[in-house]
Ligand binder design. Sequence first.
Ligand code: ZN
Length: 58
Amino acid sequence: MVKVCPICFSKQIGFAGEKPGSTGFLTSAVYKCDNCGYQGALILEVTEEELKELRSSI
Ligand SMILES: [Zn+2]
């Protein structure tokens, strides 16, 4: 499985840090895409095969 950006499907996405959740003690991971600048908790985890299909559907 590979982690990819949900916006541009780039693999250039990395862990950007953690931000406190609304409850104060739970944290959620934040990821940042180097390709399109997307930043958020949502990323896609797909196989190389699924990634090829995603990219060909753009
Ligand atoms: Zn992106």
